[in-house]
Design a protein. Structure first.
Length: 365
């Protein structure tokens, strides 16, 4: 029997129903968060990070490092891959001097900062941009589309028309119910708008204390539907960093320790966490959590004051103290050793699958 030809229907349906898209929209552009372990927990790959064509949300209390990662690391690393960055700043906090200090190129050819106050404004900006992007690049394969990253910093500070009217009247009752619905509509609509294109959206958001004694975990501003509509969510919990560059305990605060838990992702196991170190003087430690992860994976085995790793291909052993392992060159070596293990496991898994498939065919025959 001749199989059905669906190509004509595919073309006709996209014309008949504006706004829909057919086929798969697997990400072709990934941008590093600046932390290998956070990349791994989000994407299953140490070098990937967050995907374009999706919405990523970083939610946490003030000072937990949300803006540092979103408007700093992700913006800088996106630019390094040739992406244009659009910063939608609702907190009026993204100064040019700070952006330059964290390595972001503020040249108008590479970055556009837009001050926003209303949820409606963000929706109009993204909608207008995607409409123009679609007209100019919509017919190209995603790989050939120019990469663009939107950073919305932050959702929690955005207002509704009711908020604005109440402020003008001096009657500040708030508009939490409508704001949650508006934020949900923004996230849900944007998710569908950017899906077919090489456009990424990263949002920062605030959390607030739970009033439920049976569910004490902090809640993300905007309600449950904002969580449902986002593709990736990282919850960030601020802690003080009281260690010097050598790892010695000190009395003064040297920076931020941010416990990052990936509570939603489609590319790795969710609800895993890593503590990211962000010293004030040197910036984020890209190897945060790598040592602890390797120890948990049994790649590093402790013997007294030393930790030993083995090259699975050559059998060569590497024996160092904890502080020695945490040197950048040794951390890179450790990552490479883990990738070798992962590659061999993947090959073994593929071989097992092929063997089982062949056995099933023989049984059917």
């Amino acid at each position: 029997m001749k199989p059905i030809d669906i190509s004509k229907f595919s073309k006709d349906i996209t014309k008949a129903v504006p706004g829909i898209n057919t086929g798969f929209q697997d990400p072709v552009t990934w941008v590093s968060t600046g932390c290998y372990m956070l990349n791994y927990l989000i994407s299953g790959n140490f070098n990937k990070g967050i995907p374009f064509g999706k919405i990523t949300m970083l939610a946490g209390e003030s000072g937990s490092g949300k803006s540092y990662i979103a408007s700093g690391n992700l913006a800088r690393n996106a630019q390094a891959q040739g992406a244009f960055v659009i910063l939608l700043d609702s907190e009026n906090a993204l100064d040019e001097e700070w952006l330059k200090a964290v390595g972001v190129d503020t040249d108008p050819d590479k970055l556009l900062r837009i001050g926003v106050a209303m949820i409606d404004e963000v929706a109009k900006i993204i909608n207008e941009f995607v409409a123009g992007y679609k007209a100019e690049h919509g017919d190209k394969p995603v790989k050939e589309q120019p990469p663009v990253l939107f950073v919305v910093d932050s959702l929690g500070m955005l207002l509704t028309p009711t908020d604005k009217d109440q402020f003008q009247k001096g009657d500040l009752k708030g508009d939490l119910g409508r704001k949650a619905k508006a934020l949900t509509a923004l996230i849900r609509t944007t998710t569908n708008l950017i899906a077919p294109y090489n456009v990424g959206v990263v949002c920062t958001n605030h959390v607030y204390d739970s009033q439920d004694m049976f569910d004490p975990d902090p809640k993300i501003s905007g309600g449950k539907m904002v969580v449902f509509a986002s593709s990736i969510i990282v919850a960030m919990n601020k802690m003080k960093l009281k260690e010097d560059a050598e790892g010695n305990k000190v009395s003064q605060v040297m920076g931020i320790r941010s416990k990052c838990r990936v509570i939603k992702t489609r590319y790795a196991k969710p609800f895993e966490d890593v503590t990211v170190y962000i010293p004030y003087e040197t910036g984020m430690d890209p190897y945060s959590g790598v040592f602890e992860f390797m120890e948990a994976q049994q790649l590093l085995k402790r013997s007294g004051a030393y930790y030993t790793a083995v090259d699975i291909e050559t059998g060569e052993e590497f024996k160092l103290r904890r502080k020695q392992w945490k040197e950048p060159a040794n951390m890179e070596h450790l990552l490479q050793l883990f990738l070798k293990v992962q590659e061999l496991e993947d090959k073994a898994g593929l071989a097992d699958a092929e063997e089982n498939f062949g056995a099933d065919e023989e049984e059917q025959a």
